[in-house]
Design a protein around this ligand. Structure first.
Ligand code: GLA
Length: 430
């Protein structure tokens, strides 16, 4: 819980490092340096301005259901997005992930069709039903002849499939190379470009997720080939902090936050660093690896994805949400940090062991701030305005979870933050 003890900062340390808590590890992928490789400009193209001008928000079926999706489940989620108030605060897409297809196996041998048992009235019907609810429909495929779960892919049939998706009224495509054709392949950007061009040729606005395991510095080229967001890491797990994950394939919440440090310049209107789908409320019961997290840890996860300008794509069962989770996912003040039109990914401006401060400038001149305690004991975290690169004499601070103005502060602000929690602030010069 937030501890509402606060004081003017009289010292310039961020807080107290906790003994016995491990330091941040380096990224698991030695072949993906955080450096500047052909930095894609953050400026938008005309296309980018209209598509994904702010990070896409929605729901995706994979984390909770895996391939076990059907029309009933998807429409129940769409209804719940309306009933819970999620739609009205910006949650927009309902995305089918892998498993909607009729057949498994190579595209060389099979057509791409929907599974008539799972979707008896077809995907076009589903798109209409989703649209009637004021939402948009996403679908899934990939450049391989098979998808990650072994279903028929789009390899070699990109134009045909783009036309099919557009004819159904699809609004978003997750195009997943499943780490194929492997790290360092010169072809991978072209494979995604081929689909991006095919989608654009349909004339329908379809947001494209270039999904490539966070490999090959995908953030340096995905925008240029026509992508609107791109995963920066391998698959997320349903864990806040489980040491050892990133040495293998999976990233927990803290691993993913670390992965994005240094990638800020690549994210912005029209193209976003994607921290992977939210595991909020999955509770260890979904289709993902992981044992679940506490509801406070899930709130921290949501807060950080928001300030980092990641797409917010929920992967849990919206029909089973308690009040606390509903309050988490519909906190408009936190969502506003995510959807701010400047589109800046928060940078880590202070770090002292497990205590970190992330900040981002907002369009109206305010700053969004997260005081993140990665550790297992409550600790004081603070910042000074000069950390933000501003020359403010004083600033008003607002607590975005308490929905409360905290007052005016002279040089900086500090507060006590619970274990695995993040205090979220909006600061305005005064
Ligand atoms: C990969 C992706 C997941 C999901 C599955 C579907 O593992 O990273 O998000 O789309 O494929 O098979």
């Amino acid at each position: 819980m937030l501890v509402e003890r606060r004081e003017f900062l009289r010292r310039s340390v961020v807080g107290l490092a906790l003994p016995g808590v491990s330091a941040i590890l380096a990224s698991c992928d030695p072949e993906s340096p955080d450096g500047n490789v052909d930095a894609a400009p953050r400026t938008s193209t005309a296309d980018a301005r209209s598509l994904a001008a702010t990070p896409p928000m929605g729901w995706n079926s994979w984390n909770v259901y895996g391939p076990d999706i059907d029309e009933g489940r998807i429409l129940a989620i769409a209804d719940a997005m309306v009933d819970t108030g999620m739609r009205d605060v910006g949650w927009e897409y309902v995305m089918l992930d892998d498993g909607w297809q009729r057949t498994r196996g190579s595209r060389f041998l099979r057509d791409l069709e929907h599974d008539p048992d799972k979707f008896p009235r077809g995907i076009g019907f589903l798109a209409d039903a989703v649209h009637e609810r004021g939402l948009k429909l996403g679908i899934y495929s990939g450049p391989g002849v098979e998808t990650c779960a072994g279903y028929t892919g789009s390899g070699g049939h990109e134009r045909e499939d783009a036309v099919l998706f557009a004819s159904w009224g699809v609004d978003h495509l997750k195009y997943d190379s499943c780490c194929w054709p492997g790290k360092g392949s010169p072809d991978v950007a072209d494979l995604h470009r081929t689909m991006a061009d095919a989608l654009r040729a349909t004339g329908r606005d379809i947001v494209l997720h270039v999904c490539h395991c966070g490999w090959d510095d995908v953030w340096t080229w995905a925008r240029e080939v026509g992508g609107h967001h791109w995963r920066i890491g391998q698959d997320i797990t349903d864990d806040f902090d489980l040491p050892g994950h990133r040495e293998g394939y999976y990233f927990d919440v803290l691993d993913m936050i670390d992965r994005g440090v240094g990638l800020e310049e690549y994210s912005g209107p029209g193209g976003w660093n994607d921290y992977d789908m939210l595991v909020v409320n999955l509770r260890g019961e979904g289709a993902l690896v992981g044992d679940g997290a506490t509801r406070e840890e899930y709130r921290t996860h949501f807060s950080m994805w928001s300030i980092l300008a990641s797409p917010l794509i929920l992967g849990s069962d919206v029909t089973r949400m308690d009040d606390y989770t509903n309050e988490t996912l519909t906190n408009i003040e936190v969502i506003e940090l995510n959807q701010d039109p400047l589109g800046i990914q928060a940078a880590r401006v202070r770090k002292d062991g497990d205590l970190e401060v992330f900040a981002k400038p907002l369009e109206n001149g305010d700053q969004g701030v997260a005081l993140l305690n990665r550790g297992l004991a409550e600790a004081e975290i603070g910042l000074e305005w000069r950390d933000l690169g501003v020359d403010w004499d004083a600033a008003l601070a607002r607590d975005l979870w308490a929905h409360r103005d905290l007052g005016s502060f002279g040089e900086g602000f500090a507060t006590s933050v619970g274990p695995h929690e993040a205090t979220m602030l909006r600061l305005s010069p005064s």
